[in-house]
Write a protein that binds this ligand. Sequence first.
Ligand code: PLP
Length: 382
Amino acid sequence: MSQRIYLSSPHLGALERGYVNEAFASNWIAPLGPHVDAFQAEFARCVGAPHALALSSGTAALHLALQLVGVGPGDEVLVSTLTFSASVNPIRYLGARPVFLDSERTSWNMDPNLLSEELEARGWAGRLPRAVIVVHLYGQSANLDPILDVCDRYGVPVVEDAAEALGSTYKGRIPGTLGRVGIYSFNGNKIITTSGGGMLVSHDEVLVQHALKLSTQARDPAPHYQHSEIGYNYRLSNVLAAIGRGQLRVLEDRVAARRRNFAFYEQALAGVPGISFMPEAPWGRHTRWLTTLTIDAAEFGADREAVRLALERENIEARPVWKPMHLQPVFSCFERRGGHVAEELFENGLCLPSGSNLTQEELARVVEVVRAVPRRALRSVH
Ligand SMILES: *Cc1c(COP(=O)(O)O)cnc(C)c1O
């Protein structure tokens, strides 16, 4: 069997090991230290946010973000339905209720018109949500301007889940830095990784200082251990921040490599009936963190699942597009708004291997298997 091709595997650069050795040599093996400070400063500069806080995961960052914009028990939070469960779980940690919004087709992200209608209806009814979480999926920004405008009009804070979108742009600006708080993830499969980790950014220094306090067990400034609120243990290790510093230096290379993967797939599968790639919206740069496409089974001659299984038989990892949150057993009791765009994308959508370390041969292997699926489906019918 040939070597397994993964969906998105870690890709280390030349500098990470040196920084990690430095952490060992200086004995800063703790959830604080000079690499954490430097990683925060370098990350803040990279995305153009005044304040950044390194945390143990993107999920932890979102949990703190929601708490700090005031989400609490019984509140409602509007959130994209087409996303990973980590966008929604922290709403439940806080005892609040998600309301799921459908996607638009230009970017696959939250439909601003739907959000606008929902906020208008809730404004009249006096039932505004405590926050809106907008997710930037698969390396592409949502259409932020209308989303920020309408939320501003109703005084609802926007939390940006940019876990998948580091390196993307929106009208020359950086998704994750445009709402009240933004979060990023450095999980092993993301565009850059610390093995596990996250970042919270905001223009609000007081909010970020409070997030720092909560992330370190909410210690009051006293020499004895004193606490006047409930805290968490959410800080990033100095060792992992060392990895992050090296990774951040090669972010632009990683974006370029993932966009090259996409261009290869797009060209190699051009003209194959029934295959459509996730569009790049006119408002910015899609990093193509994952190359994602939809398959029209009737035109292509086989459905999404047949393609995924054919790839799996060749030891190639591909994944369906995220299963919408309103279809998840754990969230099915919550309300949703909109049509069936997210459901359709899930039904027909597939993510191809997209790592920045894939070789030309590996990409060619993926394409060969995909192209052969309809012929094989035909043979099995006759
Ligand atoms: C990965 C991811 C997260 C969570 O990040 P972790 O660092 O894995 O906790 C949140 N939201 C989305 C959309 C993600 O893809």
